[in-house]
Design a protein around this ligand. Sequence first.
Ligand code: PGA
Length: 249
Amino acid sequence: MKKIIIGNFKMNTVPSEFKTYAMTLATKVRGTKNEVVVCPPFTHLSFAKEFLGGSSVAYGAQNISAEENGAFTGEISAKMIKDLGATYVIIGHSDRRGMYKESDKTINKKIKTALANGLKVVLCVGESLQIRESKQAQNFVRKQIDDDLKGIYENELESVVIAYEPIWAIGTGKNATDKDISKMSEVIRKEIETQFSAKAAQNITIVYGGSVGIKNYKKILSNPSIDGVLIGSACLDVDDFSLMARETY
Ligand code: PGA
């Protein structure tokens, strides 16, 4: 089965290192049936264009401005990354929701801007440990989905990947159990059905993220309720990432 394997570099590596990474990755994953996507920092995207353009590896950014253009010092627009050949953008990562106080309203606007510019969106959702312990995880994720996808047309969901990333599993070495993952993807699909349609729920792409790495990727990817994974720190090693991306599931 074809899976989508997405790498999120976060704020790691410098552009010159990415050059070698991109060349190696393109060579190593040649011929894989999976969809392989890397999201390095903005500064690496011109190298991505040079070394991944024309390969089977897609690339994207980890954020964009909600605005199209104008006096927004320090911001990067959807058009700018698109011009460098990016096809994906991660929106609503918990790092941004938490540290930069990105609200669901802003995330919703960013998603609309990304889709209007022909980008595919990886929308991250997921609860904190406190929310999980108070048994509110499902309600919390449902509300994120509703607020973040408000006003999106059903046909645009083709360009949306939902990444379920429980915050307590990110960078901690902890994983959600198979049961947690299956349950939450069912909740997400149900919510998509309520907000859109049964067909949309069936077709939506859902990936899991949070401490996915070389030791556990096979088990996580064998869960039929998800279509792939979002990998943070373990994507920085090109050999490991290629191995995970090449696997047949
Ligand atoms: P991690 O990060 O794989 O390092 O836990 C995942 C993410 O934040 O996207």
